[in-house]
Design a protein around this ligand. Sequence first.
Ligand SMILES: NC(=O)c1ccc[n+]([C@@H]2O[C@H](COP(=O)([O-])OP(=O)(O)OC[C@H]3O[C@@H](n4cnc5c(N)ncnc54)[C@H](O)[C@@H]3O)[C@@H](O)[C@H]2O)c1
Length: 367
Amino acid sequence: MSQPDIRLGLIGTGTIGKMHLLSLAALRESKLIDLEISAICDIESSTLKNASELFEVETTYSDYQNLIDDEDVNVVYVCTPTNKHRDMVIAAAKAQKAVFCEKPLAHSGPQAQDLYMITKSHNIQAAIGLVLRFDQFLVHAKQLIQKYDFGKPMLAHIRDDQRFPVDYIYASKWRMDRSIAGGGTLIEHSIHDIDVLQWFFGPVEHVYATVNNFNGFDVEDHASLVLTHHDGCVSTLDSVWHWVERPNERRFEFFFENGYLGIKLESDKRYVEYQLKGERPVKLWAESVNTTLIEHLDLDEQNLSTEAYETLTQVGSERYAALSYSFLKSIRDQTEMVPGFKEGVSAHRIVDAAYESADKAARISLS
Ligand SMILES: NC(=O)c1ccc[n+]([C@@H]2O[C@H](COP(=O)([O-])OP(=O)(O)OC[C@H]3O[C@@H](n4cnc5c(N)ncnc54)[C@H](O)[C@@H]3O)[C@@H](O)[C@H]2O)c1
């Protein structure tokens, strides 16, 4: 029997590693991609055993280098805490294996740029977990902007709140340790939002930021940013980690010359709403947007199995499945993956500028 095109090895079977394994198993079962999960690795034996049983992966390693050296593995997923990303990405690049790395890539823009250059010089395909690029509501909003005449963007606002990621679905405490995470709510969580702002409104030229540490942890629990984009649009981002027992929530409000777009994510009631000048508001719930990714990925709904349809429409997990589908397809077709490390570096530069701005209480210009 011939080997599948994609023989994947995943390092770090914690919270997000399991989410990826779930999506990858769903992609495999639904035959959307010719894929085998060949090996997994974790330093925690109980976590590894649990993942091995859950996802029926026989080959397990406690040393990531052994997974990377495994000849049955040709694609490596790095899902460990941030300070571990560098060595693993470099090892995968040296072994000439395509690599997916979770965000943030590193602790700073220059470190992320270094990783990007290493993947370039080894000529391997590299993707980053900036998964909001595959959120069905955001992709739908993008399609609305293409379809209707919203005009020039003027103002964008994102409010992102998350309960401190140290309990509930998060079993580990490393996010409160700067030497591991690199920072708090801004780099660890809202790097996603910065990527969304640049994806929708183009490159950022100036950054002004205030960052706080209200709860006295090693990392910031609040960041507010004012960003000026290349074409003059201004975006603001408010990001907070708090102790309130409420669903995490991202709210997006985008104002254009001719219209308004709003998106609410994460909490159970997600939607996209819009209103064009002179027209009535329209609000779209999940059932009205959930074939968006199928179209976005150029798949034919009529030819999809029930499992494949569910994998790409299920609110919350659809992003991970679509991101992996897109990356694994780009490896097979030898096309460039977006978001790749390049987009990661670009988001990291804004994060760095925001920390610098807060530190100096000054507006930072990015040339
Ligand atoms: N894109 C997203 O939506 C998203 C969501 C959550 C986390 N993340 C990112 O994913 C990464 C992991 O986060 P998490 O929440 O899954 O953390 P986690 O603590 O739940 O899991 C990390 C796992 O890595 C393992 N590990 C640590 N060092 C290792 C090593 N040297 N070799 C093998 N395994 C090792 C740990 O034992 C643990 O099981 C972080 O970079 C985080 O920012 C991304």
